[in-house]
Design a protein around this ligand. Structure first.
Ligand code: SAM
Length: 311
């Protein structure tokens, strides 16, 4: 892993395609978007400002789902060491550090896209969560959110979390499931349905199916977490449902999805091998479907937490 405050001196030793002097701050540019350079190609989605804005929007949606809370696990105010795996822009880690000023909060990611000015009790490191975790301390709270596009074997990451969790500490996970769901037949045969199935198909083709979240509870229990609690939320794709909370959730998720469309372009072009012109025309149609309130689509979001036994 690499502390990003010292990133300029970092020397990549990861693959022959990297120059020996490449810095973790280097990005790879393709079709007008940028991607992570450290372990280049591991993660398919971009890491540029456009994507960072999307992640920050998605964070607001996640807060809305949890009614303003950063976590559901019953952690104490005395939490000492917290870890946010695949932290993205670090927005969750920064807010957690502000909420728990006595905690020391570490965020890790393949991309050093976190801001420079952060609370004193927060730091970021470039790290691949699939590698062995070599932290010098154990964490009493580990958080992993929105990683459905990330790991070929999420259970390995859950195992790493178990080993790095202090006895009595918690792992909390929050993740969505694709394809989209619908309570009636209004999603059937729409371009929106086809897009959500296409994303899932691309993920599956890359060995990272987007429907792993329903397995998290079992995997957490199998690696040793106890008292694993799970809640499942329905998040509408726009404000189509009645009720203030559902409408607000729909507005946030819609904003996230609008941004996600251009990030998903790479899935269609690179993984499903569609022509760029066909992809762009298709995404325009998806954009218009996303605004239709007569399509009653929603995404399932699973939130789980479990405790590492004291013994
Ligand atoms: C959809 S974003 C979620 C970011 C953040 N967890 C949040 O909820 O705002 C997924 C993040 O996982 C990171 N990522 C993907 N594969 C990773 C890996 N093997 N190790 C560490 N981070 C990874 C990506 O760089 C990206 O920032």
């Amino acid at each position: 892993m690499q502390d990003t405050s010292d990133a300029d001196s970092f020397t990549s030793n990861l693959s022959s395609t990297h120059s020996a002097t490449s810095s973790v701050y280097d990005f790879v540019e393709e079709h007008g978007r940028t991607y992570h350079k450290y372990k280049q190609g591991k993660y398919i989605l971009p890491n540029d400002i456009e994507e960072q804005n999307r992640l920050d929007l998605q964070h607001q949606m996640a807060l809305k789902v949890l009614e303003g809370r950063l976590h559901l696990a019953p952690i104490q105010n005395t939490v000492k060491n917290a870890l946010d795996v695949a932290t993205g822009t670090g927005i969750w880690a920064i807010e957690f550090a502000q909420q728990y000023p006595y905690a020391s909060v570490t965020g890790t990611d393949l991309s050093p896209i976190q801001p420079e000015f952060i609370p004193d009790n927060c730091k970021f490191e470039v790290d691949d969560a699939e590698d062995e975790w070599v932290f010098s301390k154990q964490f009493d709270y580990i958080h992993i959110r929105f990683v459905m596009t990330c790991f070929p074997n999420p259970k390995v990451v859950i195992e790493h979390a178990f080993k790095s969790c202090a006895p009595g500490g918690y792992l909390e996970m929050m993740d969505g499931v694709f394809p989209l769901h619908c309570h009636d037949d209004s999603l059937e045969d729409t371009v929106l349905e086809s897009w959500s199935k296409g994303c899932h198909e691309a993920g599956t083709k890359m060995g990272r199916p987007w429907d792993n979240a329903p397995n998290y509870k079992r995997w957490m229990e199998e690696v040793g977490f106890e008292d694993v609690k799970e809640r499942i939320f329905e998040v509408p794709t726009n404000p189509w449902p009645r009720g203030r909370r559902a409408k607000e959730l729909g507005m946030w998720f819609n904003a996230d999805l609008q941004e996600a469309l251009s990030a998903s372009r790479v899935l269609y072009i690179k993984v499903l091998e569609w022509a760029p012109e066909k992809t762009d025309a298709f995404l325009q149609e998806v954009k218009s479907d996303l605004m239709k309130r007569e399509i009653h689509a929603y995404m399932l979001i699973h939130v789980l937490y479990g405790r590492k036994p004291l013994q």
